[in-house]
Write a protein that binds this ligand. Sequence first.
Ligand code: ASP
Length: 318
Amino acid sequence: MRGEATKRPLMVASENGRRGLEAGMALLRQGGSALDAVEAACRVVEEDPDDQSVGVGGLPNVLGEVELDASIMDGATLQAGAVAALQGYGQAITLARRVMEETPHVLVVGRGAERLAAELGIPPQEQRTEASLLRWRERFEERGLDPTGSLRLLARALSRPLPLRDLARQPRIDTLGTVNFLALDQEGNLASAVSTSGLGWKYPGRVGDSPLIGAGNYCDNRYGAAACTGMGELAIRAGSARSLVLYLKCGLSLVDAGREALRDLLALGTTDSQYMNIVALTPAGEHAGFTTVAGKEYLFQEAGMAEPQLAARLQLEA
Ligand code: ASP
């Protein structure tokens, strides 16, 4: 944990959020809101084709389709918005924000999310890249399967439906990835945002923790903000982001609140490939990262810092 006495504004991100964090901080320094900063930061990562865990270039599901999940929460109003299993569009975090601001709902999924994107004038956008499709294909080739064309065609060609669940099973470490941003603005408002293409080779329609308020994302100006990366099923079962914030509400220090959230995760049976990471930020500007596996880091940038820095996440072992 760092920086109890740090001055606002400040931002925290998962390891892959460096460029987004810089964009978000630039906005905060000009007096921008935490909500605008986390959205802008996510957009940078969503549009980066080299990040194979978020937005354009994100790893496809088992059928070779990219399905995006994202959520945003405003700590001042406790309003939240999210989209899940979004295909054929980018800007998932912006769509999540528009769900929050322009509909009476919190979460819109699949065809409904795509319809809303079109209605709001968000342009359709191919999320697959040559590189992401190559990685997608390699996993089949390793198993002696030929995914030429689309698996749907392959499935139709077989006498029985292709057992997708076997292919989608056994997530590996290299199939994970998501971006988290937490921000504290000059006014003292907190906001949080999470965006991902989810688990690579996931079963079509699988939704992770990232778009689920309380699981992968939670933010409350009074106590703090938390967001997760890792095996989403764990954070869903433990309600990790909300429980960390609730532990803060109960009076625990940030480190103890994170430890409790990790204990809840460890009770589910985490492993080296089924791990969970959490980043957290309090209204006083304290921040920390937590993890169930060794060697994980997170990024932060405080008001006086010229660039984002990496810090070790606190680990609790099983
Ligand atoms: N939490 C994301 C999910 O389960 C993936 C990740 O963070 O690696 O969809």
